[in-house]
Design a protein around this ligand. Sequence first.
Ligand SMILES: *Cc1c(COP(=O)(O)O)cnc(C)c1O
Length: 423
Amino acid sequence: MSNYKLGLDYALNQDQEDDIKSYRNQFYIPKDKHGNDLIYMTGNSLGLQPKQTKSYVNQELEDWANLGVEGHFEAKNPWLRYHEFLTEAMANVVGAKPIEVIVMNTLTANLHFMMASFYQPTKNRYKILIESDAFPSDKYAVESQLRHHGFEPKESLILWKPREGEELLNYKDLESILKAQGDEIALIMIGGVNYYTGQFFDLKRITELGHQYGCIVGFDCAHGAGNVQLNLHDSGTDFAAWCTYKYLNSGPGSLAGCFVHERHAYRKDLNRFAGWWSHNKETRFSMRGEFDQLPGAEGWQLSNPPILSMAAIKSSLDLFTEVGMDALTEKSRKLTGYFEFLLKDLGESIIQIITPSNPDERGCQLSIQVKKADKALHHKLTEAGVISDWREPDVIRCAPVPLYNSFEDVYQLVEKLKVILNG
Ligand SMILES: *Cc1c(COP(=O)(O)O)cnc(C)c1O
């Protein structure tokens, strides 16, 4: 991978040779006021809109207009079973079996529903372990779960912290925490790819460690789904949840995904919050019988879901199925490696990359620390046509997304950064 070259020609050449370059044309790329494509590096925050999404959503609007309630059965994609049309494709994206995956609710809601089932504290085992720089929503969620069960977060929430002067988390420290307090920890919940540093954790290693100490293990895969090969089934994790509006391009606030490992699929002893959509499909509409729980991840649904949002997810997943995660991650490694190569050429006295340099420990995002920078740098980048993300105090996050970003995008981004830093 070290045969990257400087210069625009190289970038254009790489785009020519890119097997999946045509997918860029299947997305709307936001434009500046002169009509030129912006350099969009925030697919980790809100993925772009596939051009075909409008027709997927329109199909449902038309069926609703023409069929009314009959659309539940008679629509081209019958609404009653609509979530089933997403399951297999979503399972392939996250490396799971269909019985382990469901699209439902939103992300933080799913984390709570998972904790309702999988965070069952006792007097002796009640602590929750998360990474110290977890996404705020995840931190608030676990703190409120602790309080809900009568525990004080101050005492019961354990943080896996980076070492002094470091940004990334070290597995040795996780081992030490577990050695010291493993038998008091009920749940380990980690962001599978950290939103800030871009560090992609070894899900299997964390799961095996946690299970060795009798802890339940779950992951928030918001920054992993559609970005890296999660292999959720093989990781052995008990549960996972992720949103679909980041790398999965399904639109602002769209529905989320949820994974429950097969080993829990038929368990009836797990506490859970139920609704009519967790009930046996065959008898759901007889309405007056006893609750009969569906097996698998489907059995965690509550409500009949918003079809318009699911149509956007179906549109996006159809693209993922066509391309496949193998081709996507292959390009992703090249593209992000190229990005890293160009950034390093700017000089490490100006720029430092927080994200791991090992391609197995990251996805497409690089988190770039710019020496002596403040938010003015981000403004200048925006003015220059680069959509990136600023995190206080001095970090720019950029995610070249393999489905629609090009080598030229990456080249132009770094050129603009160079001009701003030299100005
Ligand atoms: C994006 C993101 C969220 C957002 O949560 P919503 O419930 O979808 O608003 C939560 N956690 C992580 C780790 C995220 O990256």
